[in-house]
Structure formats: C-alpha cells, structure tokens
Design a protein around this ligand. Sequence first.
Ligand code: PLP
Length: 401
Amino acid sequence: MAKLNENFFNLKKNYLFIDIAKRIKAYTAEHPDAKLIRMGIGDVTQPLAPVVVEAMEKACREMGVKETFRGYEDSGAGYDFLRDAVSDYYKSFGADVPAGEIHISDGAKSDCGNIIDIFGEGNVVLVTDPAYPVYVDSNVMSGNSVLYADSNEENGFAAMPPKDIKADLIYLCSPNNPTGSVYTKAQLKEWVDYALSNDAIIIFDAAYEAFITDAELPRSIYQIEGARKCAIEICSLSKTAGFTGTRCGYTVVPEDIIQKNSKGEDVKIADLWNRRQGSKFNGVSYPVQRGAEAVFTPEGQKQTKATIAYYQENARMIAATCDELGISYTGGINSPYIWLKCPDGMGSWDFFDYLLNEIQVVGTPGAGFGKNGDGWFRLTAFGTHEATAEAMERLKGLLKK
Ligand code: PLP
C-alpha cells in the first residue's frame, strides 16, 4: 500500500472561498433577482493587451510551420528573448538582475510552492500574518512548522523583523495580498539586514509590483543593498498583464546566495534551483513566452499600463469612499487591494453577511488570511468601473445611515 504524505492532514481546511460560495448560493436561492456585485476575487477582468494577442497568434503560426516549429526549449528556464526583456524591465526601475538569473515559470503560485524543494527539514519558517495562503500551505505539506510575524493596525499591516525569532526562511509579499500595504526601502532594508545577520533567505513575492506608482517605493527587493546575497524574488504577469489564464511568471535566484551544507561546504542556491527545475520542469510554451515578451515592448508597456490605470481608478474610488465614510484602510494606492477595518467592531464574517444581505456586495473576510485579519475585510479593484461605482454608492447608502 502506498504511504501517504500525512503532512497533508496538518493543513488547515481552507474553507474561505467555499464558505463564501455557500453563503452566496444560499442568498441567491432566496433572492433570485438580486444584483450581486463581486469584489472578493483576486482575478482580473480586463482582456489581454492587443500586442500580446498578436505576438501569441504569430507564435502559434510559427509552430505550425516546419521551419519555425519549436519543441522542448533547451534549458526550460526560458528563451533568451524573454529573459533579456525581463532583465531590461528590472533595469527600468533601478534593479540589476542578470538575464541568466531569471527563470521563466508558469506563474508565481507554482514557484512559491516549488521553491520549498531546495530547502531541507527543520528550518524556522517565518510568514507575515495575514498572508497569501500558499506560503504556509506549501511548508505544512513538506512537514515544516511555521512561525508568524504579525501585520496589524499598529504597524500599518507591514510586519517587521521579530526580535525574538531567528528565522531561516522568510516570506515577504509587497505590495501585499491581502492588505495592500507596501514596504518602503528602509523597511525592506531592515528585512535584508535581518536575513543577512541570520544567514536566512527571503522569498520575496512581487506579484503586484506593477501597481506601484510612487517612485520612492521599491518594486523589487533587488533595489535594496545586500538583497542579492539573501533574496529570491518571485514575480508574475498575472496582474501586471492579465495573464491569470495565460500563465507566465519569473523567479530570480541570484548567483550570490551561498549557504552551507551539513558538511560545512559552500553551496550556491542557484545550482540547486537549476537542478530542481532541470529534473521537474520543462518550460513554458513558446507562444506564451512570445506573448510575455510583448508585454515588455514599449507598446506592450503602454497597453498594459493603461489596464492597470483602469484598475487603479477603481482602487481610488474605493479608497475615496472609505475616506468619506471615515473607515480605516491600507492599500488602494500602490495596490489593487483595499484592506478595510470593519465598522462598529464587527467581525469579518459578520461584515461579509451584512454587505451581502443589505447591499448585495461581496468582499473577502480578512479572517480567511490569518488571525490578524479578523475584523478586517478585503475589497479588490479588479472589477469594472460601473460595478465598482455602483458598489460604492450602495456602501455609502448603507453606512451613512
Ligand atoms: N502571489 C500573490 C501574492 C498572489 O496574490 C497571487 C495571485 O493572486 C499569486 C502570487 C499567483 O500568481 P500566479 O497567477 O502567477 O500564479
């Protein structure tokens, strides 16, 4: 009989989206004519940029012609045309990331989980709470226990290095899902210094970097001195360019990260990642990589930035409504998420039910992202202008009463 990975039984049942779906189903069964506005999911709604579609169409046609057909890509780490384009993109905001350290992937979620393969047992793993669930779940599946750094109202939902924990692996996400908070350069420097002093590695999730408009805020951890020695960065085109259904991301593993093995010998983390990928991953499809390359062309940047600006306008509307209603929140400016404090001391789920029943607006209860999320609520800016504006009118009507 096959033995099971019993660590799976230690996973917390993630009922969040199931519970939300159940409550919506029950409500719509009783109110079939209700016009629900969904501001809970983190998926995008606007289509791919025309340059991306054209590039993928052209690449598909190349695949149908003997002379230009492509099979397996040699390294599986991505075609040079895309790795070079990503490297140039990094340069555009002041981060020096050599193309050879960029590994093209099918998205950030897989690599956030896969990265665990190169680390052994017994690491002290530190995750900020609340957090995107894959950081915790992938560690629990591997039998690692997780410690938490609290992100809360006092620290603006930007957890800082704990004095009493000596971590080995640290997960950071900025701009943050779910809280929308963004680390400043000074704050990230503290994390880099903490990692260097503990010989720890930071896994930095930059999936929402494209939403940062404030030039003072870091879009990559490699804008911080010392990060090349301690940080792996995972990024995605999902929110940058609407690739949630197309699938493409990239992970940077710098050659400068050196750790000791149990014999005391120096080991390059990049060698382990190359080996892991060589054994388990055969690359991203050629048409998708051509589509991704198009994102980084001047026209691609213009078109994808226009879509981001569209979502940012929604975020602005939500933030302005919170301001008008005197509701505390983080995010909404350099992030597509608005993380708001439920009014009158309500719990996250009570507020969820209140909005669903009274104004048919659906958000995400903060409690689903960790203990510090209770009493908080996430709204996303990924809807249409019309739906967002309508939801905000309904919210004002309800909470101004
Ligand atoms: N990282 C964060 C913080 C996210 O919120 C998400 C998706 O919502 C991802 C990663 C996943 O990105 P991808 O679609 O590239 O797998």
